[in-house]
Design a protein around this ligand. Structure first.
Ligand SMILES: *Cc1c(COP(=O)(O)O)cnc(C)c1O
Length: 377
């Protein structure tokens, strides 16, 4: 069996272990310490944002973001339907109801038009949505300026799920810094990883300070343990944060390498009828190209489907994956209201994510190219 080519695997830069060693040397083996503070500063500086809280997961950051916005039992929260389930699950942790909105075709992210349709309809039904959760899928910036325009018109706060989009920008501004709150993930498959982790960022330093408080069991400043809030154990460990500090040193390199993978696929599929590589709509968009994706239109390429390509790759021990199955198509969210026009359903049907690791070798790219050439003869 040939060695496995992963969709996206961890890629260490080399300095991570020194930060972890430092945590051991100084006995900061806790969910606090210099690496946690240092990692937060790195994130703030990199994204030009006032405040960042390092947490145990992106999902934890999404959960706390909604708590900070006052989401509770019986509320409605609007979310992108075309996403990973972790965007929507925390809405239900709070006893709130997800309202799902479809994508537009340029960025594959939330349609500002359908968002407005959804808001109007929910208000007409008697409930003003408490928050809007916008996802930047695969690193591609959503039409966040238009989305914020709509959201501001109805005075609804926006949370950006930028779990996949650290380092992506729109008009030169970092994703995750447009909305009231932004979320990043450092899970093992993301553009940088701490093995597992996340962050919540905002220009509202008070909110992030409250986030840190809630993430460490909501302990009040008292010699005994005193509690006036329900707390969570969501803080990032100082060991894990050391990995994060090391990874921040290579983030820009990783983005360049992922973008080079995207260029490789543009070249590889150039001239192949019926296959489109997912690309930024114009120069104002800068994607980190966390995952490179294609759509395959069988009617234009002799009946080849995304499954044909995926299975041919699998045979060669190369991992590919269909695009996210939209949340409104998932049994667990089948009862949620959905505002859509078929865009994400179609994307799920014809789209495929391709190996995109920043650690991919020329030899691995060659193996991928051979499969593609054999499938599209
Ligand atoms: C990975 C991911 C998350 C969850 O982040 P974790 O750190 O794994 O909890 C949330 N939303 C999206 C879109 C993701 O890709």
């Amino acid at each position: 069996m040939k060695t496995k080519i992963w969709l996206s695997s961890p890629h260490m830069g080399g300095k991570e272990q020194a930060f972890v060693q430092d945590a051991f040397d100084k006995n900061w083996i806790a969910p606090l310490g210099p690496n946690v503070n240092g990692f937060e500063e790195d994130l703030q500086n990199y994204n030009h944002i006032k405040s960042a809280a390092a947490l145990s997961a992106g999902t934890a950051a999404l959960h706390l973001a909604m708590i900070l916005l006052g989401v509770g039992q019986g509320d409605e929260v609007i979310a992108s339907s075309f996403t990973f389930s972790a965007t929507v699950n925390p809405i239900t942790y709070l006893g709130a109801t997800p309202i799902l909105v479809d994508s537009e075709i340029d960025t594959w992210n939330m349609s500002p038009e359908l968002l407005e349709v959804a808001i109007k309809d929910r208000i007409a039904n008697g409930k003003r949505p408490k928050a809007i959760m916008v996802v930047h899928l695969y690193g591609m910036p959503a039409k966040i300026v238009e989305i914020l325009e709509v959201a501001n018109r109805y005075d609804i706060p926006v949370i950006e799920d930028a779990a996949e989009a650290l380092g992506s920008k729109l008009n030169g501004k970092a994703l995750g810094t447009f909305g009231k709150l932004g979320v990043y993930s450092f899970n093992g498959n993301k553009i940088i990883t701490t093995s597992g982790g996340g962050a919540l960022v905002s220009d509202d330093a008070e909110m992030i300070s409250k986030c840190r408080f809630l993430s460490t069991q909501a302990r009040e400043a008292a010699p005994h343990y005193q509690h006036t809030h329900i707390g969570y154990n969501y803080r990032m460990s100082n060991i894990v944060a050391g990995i994060g500090r090391g990874q921040m040193l290579v983030l820009d390199d990783h983005i360049a390498l992922r973008r080079a993978n995207h260029d490789f696929y543009l070249n590889l599929f150039d001239g192949i009828e019926g296959v489109t590589v997912f690309t930024e709509p114009d120069e104002s968009y800068f994607s980190n190209h966390w995952l490179s994706c294609v759509t395959i239109h069988p009617e234009k390429c002799h009946g080849v489907t995304r499954e044909t390509l995926r299975l041919a790759m699998e045979k060669e021990n190369i991992e590919c994956r269909p695009l996210w199955k939209p949340m409104h198509m998932q049994p667990v969210f089948a009862d949620c209201s959905f505002y859509g026009d078929g865009t994400s359903e179609r994307l799920f049907e014809i789209g495929l994510c391709l190996p995109s690791g920043s650690n991919m070798s020329d030899e691995e790219r060659e193996r991928i190219a051979e499969v593609v050439k054999a499938v599209f003869v």
